[in-house]
Ligand binder design. Structure first.
Ligand code: FE2
Length: 256
């Protein structure tokens, strides 16, 4: 089984790009299941319900979230009603949405989880224990498992990979918008990458225009973020999963 994980959609133009290219890429690479982080799809915040529907139609099986997912109040009802849309599991239980889902793919039950980091981010419940609770609650109800760990600090993400090695099929990171070159198979068979990057425009700074970001760095004055201009590219990773052993046998970073 081949699973595609894609980084943060940073801009509505990236939604258009995925709508035009993702199904063809899936077909070309024989992808069975796609997880896409959509938390910035409306430019920084998002997605809106319309954005989410477009991304699902574009070829994403699950949309994961992060620190900006709940900022769009218009999405709250969809978070409560659509099992293909996640927000981090370690938010307070009262907030809309859920942090994991189980969906079919090729006759298997795919558990997809989403958690958010706590290092250089907002205070939140422990992401390690949040994942432990999901795995315990759903034991026997899934065949393979995937975690999108949306976090800033590389150390926290690498630690999560080690913590879940052999217990979760795939652990991939999002949030920084910069891909890392550490795709690997951990000793007990978990496929891992610290960050898959972004689906967006790379000419600016993480999807935002360099001028507005540099103005902030140079003057410390508030400056309204403007989107970057340039060509959209989608960044992610493909994990090949051996269905017999449950182990990942290959991890490949991709850009299209
Ligand atoms: Fe984020």
């Amino acid at each position: 089984m081949r699973i595609l994980t894609l980084g943060d959609v940073t801009d509505p133009r990236a939604i258009d790009y995925l709508a035009a290219h993702l199904w063809a890429f899936r077909k070309d690479k024989k992808i069975d299941f796609t997880v896409l982080n959509a938390e910035n799809a409306g430019f920084i915040v998002g997605p809106s319900p319309e954005d989410a529907v477009r991304l699902l139609d574009a070829g994403a099986d699950v949309l994961t979230g992060g620190n900006h997912t709940l900022q769009k109040k218009s999405l709250h009802a969809m978070l409560d009603s659509d099992a293909r849309l996640l927000r981090p599991a370690n938010y307070p239980a009262e907030v809309p949405g859920v942090g994991y889902t189980i969906l079919p793919a090729n006759g298997y039950r795919m558990l997809v989880m989403n958690a958010i980091g706590r290092v250089e981010m907002e205070p939140m419940d422990c992401p390690f224990r949040a994942v432990d609770r999901i795995l315990a609650r759903e034991e026997g109800n899934y065949d393979f498992s995937i975690l999108d760990f949306h976090a800033e600090a590389t150390g926290e993400k690498v630690g999560m990979g080690r913590y879940l090695d052999g217990r979760v099929s795939i652990v991939f990171g999002t949030h920084t918008h910069v891909p890392t070159a550490d795709e690997q198979i951990l000793p007990h068979g978990t496929g891992y990458i610290t960050d898959v990057g972004m689906c967006g425009i790379r000419e600016g700074v993480l999807g935002i225009s360099a001028e507005t970001i540099l103005q902030r760095f140079l003057t410390r004055l508030p400056e309204r973020h403007q989107p970057a201009d340039g060509e959209v590219r989608a960044q992610g990773a493909i994990f090949t999963l051996d269905e017999g052993s449950g182990r990942v046998t290959a991890v490949e970073r991709v850009t299209f």
